[in-house]
Design a protein around this ligand. Structure first.
Ligand code: PMV
Length: 357
């Protein structure tokens, strides 16, 4: 599918209301470095989550004139003008692919299932939920739109809002960015993994330890930018491609030792890129390192397949099979929760993708 296939020109403004719930996702192979219009420098693979979701409703009405405000935005029922520039930038970008939205007034209202200021980035689930509402509007004007094009274009639009949002439409695993092993992969949208994924991964657990609830000191946009001219960038992009290939086999054969190797190496490589860019920065906190060391000790002592990954922040995602959840949850409660802000952690697991409500 090429960009030109995503252009939809509607003839008249309509009244419509759409509500979609989109999940967050956690990358196993990380996307870090972009070019052009949110195109990734390397492919990434993620687990789609299930409980960390954004729910968005958009009410579409005809826009009376250009002076009529294009959109309004409520977050958790409160007017949030500080989000306006990001939403406007997104709507401007996507209006090339659905010019008809210029003639609609959109009342957008969003809420997250995860707590306020938990330090969990919501841009992936938020942009995915908004993109799906816009696709719902397109489907109303173009009822013959196929389900598959609906989802593909939703991922394409979400990517223009926030790169990793492209991976928040479908589940349980998606790949975004061209990689030779995944024949249908592309830089312009994410696709679900088509090979038969091993049963162990279907209900994989992700417990998110809230090590730091604060907002990030360095935005991901700046972090991506710092990969331009980064001394290790080219090798990093090659490594991510190799790790996608490795993971494609692991996800089918269920080899958890190999899974842990790839996933933890990816997490620490992401943070190594941050620590070696110019300017350099560190998003991990002392408690992030304490938790990592405790996970390694626990794994050595129990042989249980518990591993970690990190986002662009200090919080730690603990990944493990559901069969080992009872023992691991005791370990989290007794040993790890003391390193979380206010003892806070979120229990999530792999999910099947976004839902229309
Ligand atoms: O989608 P962005 O621009 O917020 O970048 C996300 C980057 C990471 O979360 C660090 C990695 C990833 O692949 O999700």
């Amino acid at each position: 599918m090429e960009e030109k296939n995503f252009i939809f020109k509607s003839s008249s403004a309509i009244n419509h209301r759409a509500t979609w719930q989109a999940p967050s996702n956690i990358a196993l192979v990380k996307y870090w470095g972009k070019h052009g219009d949110q195109l990734p420098k390397n492919p990434s693979i993620s687990f789609t989550l299930s409980k960390c979701v954004t729910t968005t409703t958009v009410e579409f009405t005809p826009r009376l004139s250009e002076n009529d405000p294009w959109f309004s935005f409520l977050f958790e029922n409160k007017e949030q003008v500080n989000f306006h520039p990001k939403i406007k930038q997104f709507l401007d970008r996507i209006s090339i692919y659905m010019p008809g939205i210029k003639f609609q007034r959109m009342s957008i209202s969003s809420s997250n299932s995860f707590p306020h200021s938990s330090g969990i980035a919501s841009s992936a689930s938020a942009m995915a939920a908004l993109a799906l509402c816009l696709m719902d509007w397109e489907k109303k004007s173009n009822p013959v739109l196929s389900d598959s094009l609906f989802k593909t274009k939703a991922s394409f639009l979400a990517r223009l809002g926030s790169g990793s949002a492209a991976r928040s439409i479908e589940g349980p695993l998606t790949i975004w960015g061209e990689n030779a092993t995944f024949k249908n992969s592309t830089d312009i949208y994410a696709v679900p993994l088509t090979s038969k994924v091993h049963d162990v991964f279907y209900n994989f657990q992700d417990t998110i330890l809230i090590v730091d609830r604060g907002t990030k000191k360095v935005s991901s946009s700046l972090g991506h930018q710092l990969m331009n001219g980064h001394p290790f960038a080219e090798n990093r992009f090659l490594q991510a491609n190799d790790n996608c290939e490795l993971l494609s086999k692991i996800l089918v054969n269920g080899d958890l030792d190999a899974f842990i190797e790839v996933v933890e190496s990816e997490a620490l490589t992401l943070h190594s890129m941050m620590m070696t860019s110019s300017p350099r920065f560190i998003l991990m906190q002392p408690n992030t390192l304490t938790v990592i060391n405790k996970i390694w000790d626990f794994r050595a002592a129990t042989q249980l397949p518990l591993c970690f990954t990190l986002d662009a922040g200090a919080n730690v995602h603990l990944l493990y099979p559901e069969t080992h959840a009872p023992a691991i949850k005791i370990f989290i409660q007794e040993e790890l929760s003391q390193h979380c802000e206010a003892g806070q952690f979120i229990e999530d697991q792999v999910g099947q993708g976004a839902k229309k409500l």
